[in-house]
Design a protein around this ligand. Structure first.
Ligand code: GDP
Ligand code: MG
Length: 467
């Protein structure tokens, strides 16, 4: 039991982390860890007793109440069981490390936080409020309080509000991991129950729906709800649980919760109609039943949750590898990193030149084809013709008997010939330069480590083309 309690605690913490990250269920096709975890949502018509059921499971008054539409944003309520004798407190997701010990302030904060998103009007919003309650008097459970289903728009509500609420509630309860607490008042015919209508739609087999019947004490004298509670009127796979919450008069008189729970126990124990079901009725029994069910659901889900987590770890790891690890702020480490990156570039560049990667062969091409072809085209036949040699020699040295070699003439001949080489030689240098620059650009592009450093990339390209 202790391991399972800590397990539910773990799931609660994961849900809290999800909410902190803005993950309260996938809105599009994005991945959502939240959707992998089980939760319990309270569904029912307005004033069917949803808030009362939640409160009595927590054993505290803390939910805003009033006539009309009070719950206008989903409230994600996590109950954490603490050791006996510990101070009870509540904490909001949007106000971390701010424990509330006065539960009337919790109610006020829920109202204020609702207004912060929806404004003072009676608009609704699907953005949930996250509330954790730490108490020795609760079991570990995550409950979601949803706005009550209505039939008509009232006051300054837009006409769409009826459908908006239904859509929002459905978006929570249609998830296969959502356990539905379908609240119906006993003093209305079960055939008219909004909760049952919606839950049957999203959970036709009834395997994740818990039927809860409130207001048993308000039934007409001479009638009882045994047909429903014993599963004859509407069959669900889970047992029906009857509840007697505090009446409005009790609330007005500030009847405390512990007393109300005792009264509820007494009601069932002494009831001629429900006496034989007494051990399976009441809010405390409902809380235990839910907790047990949640345990078995989580137990069944663990392999799936682990594989989802592992899969997302793998995905994140590979994304991390692509992005690269964080770089230290230390200047020495940064310099080392830059040199490492340059080495990685250098290695690729060398491979292009020496083989392993393509491109370097074009440099051979310059010396093997382009340069020899250009040299062959040089007009040496003409330049070194007897006539031209004679002309240059006689222009340089004059007509004189050549006892000694015509040195000036030779010099001029050689200089002139060398000048012919200049053009093709320079063209080869330019061609090699172009190839090298292209290889630098290619190597920078192929260097995986440089991918996330665009400035270093252009710095390398620039300094290479300056050479
Ligand atoms: P919600 O709109 O579904 O959240 O309904 P509430 O929990 O606010 O309950 C609406 C009204 O019904 C309140 O005045 C409650 O006191 C009253 N109520 C709820 N459950 C019971 C019950 O089991 N017995 C009696 N007598 N009154 C109840
Ligand atoms: Mg309510």
């Amino acid at each position: 039991m202790t391991t399972m309690e800590s397990l539910i605690g773990l799931v609660n913490r994961i849900q809290m982390a999800c909410t902190a990250l803005g993950d309260y269920g996938a809105t599009n096709n994005s991945f959502s860890l939240w959707d992998q975890l089980p939760s319990v949502a309270v569904v029912g018509g307005q004033s069917s007793g949803k808030s009362s059921v939640l409160e009595s499971m927590v054993g505290r008054d803390f939910l805003p109440r009033g006539s009309g539409i009070v719950t206008r944003r989903p409230l994600v309520l996590q109950l954490h069981k603490t050791d006996e004798g510990q101070q009870e407190y509540a904490e909001f997701g949007h106000l971390p490390r701010t424990p509330f010990t006065d539960f009337s302030l919790v109610r006020k904060e829920i109202q204020d936080e609702t207004d912060r998103i929806t404004g003072k009007t009676r608009q609704i919003s699907p953005v949930p409020i996250h509330l954790s309650i730490y108490s020795p008097n609760v079991v570990n459970l995550t409950l979601i309080d949803l706005p009550g289903l209505t039939k008509v728009a009232v006051e300054e509500q837009p006409e769409s509000v009826v459908k908006d609420i239904e859509d929002m509630v459905r978006s929570y309860v249609e998830k296969p991991n959502c356990i539905i607490l379908a609240i119906s008042p006993a003093n209305q015919d079960i055939a008219t129950s909004d909760a049952i209508k919606l839950s049957r739609e999203v959970d036709p087999t009834g395997e994740r729906t818990f039927g809860v019947l409130t207001k048993l004490d308000l039934m007409d004298k001479g009638t009882n709800a045994l047909d429903v509670l014993e599963g004859r009127a509407y069959r669900l796979q889970q047992p029906w649980v009857g509840i007697v919450n505090r009446s409005q008069a009790d609330i007005n008189k500030n009847v405390d919760m512990i007393y109300a729970r005792r009264k509820e126990r007494e009601y069932f124990a002494s009831s001629p109609d429900y006496g034989h079901l007494a051990s399976k009725m009441g809010s405390e029994y409902l809380a235990k039943l839910l907790s047990k069910h949640l345990e078995s659901v989580i137990r069944a889900k663990i392999p799936g949750i682990i594989s989802v987590i592992n899969k997302s770890i793998d995905e994140l790891e590979s994304e991390m590898n692509l992005l690269g690890r964080p770089i230290s702020v230390d200047a020495g480490v940064q310099l080392y990193t830059i040199l490492e990156l340059c080495r990685a570039f250098d290695k690729i560049f060398k491979e292009h030149l020496d083989g392993g990667r393509p491109g370097g062969d074009r440099i051979y091409g310059v010396f093997d084809n382009q340069l020899p072809a250009a040299l062959r085209k040089l007009p040496f036949d003409r330049y070194l013709s007897m006539q031209n040699v004679r002309k240059i020699v006689s222009e340089a040295d004059g007509y004189q008997p050549h006892l000694i070699a015509p040195e000036q003439g030779y010099r001029r001949l050689i200089e002139g010939a060398l000048n012919y080489f200049r053009g093709p030689a320079e063209a080869s240098v330019d061609a090699v330069h172009v190839v090298l620059k292209e290889l630098v650009r290619k190597s920078v592009g192929e260097c995986q480590e440089l991918k996330r450093f665009p400035s270093l990339q252009s710095a390398i390209c620039n300094s290479c083309s300056l050479i």
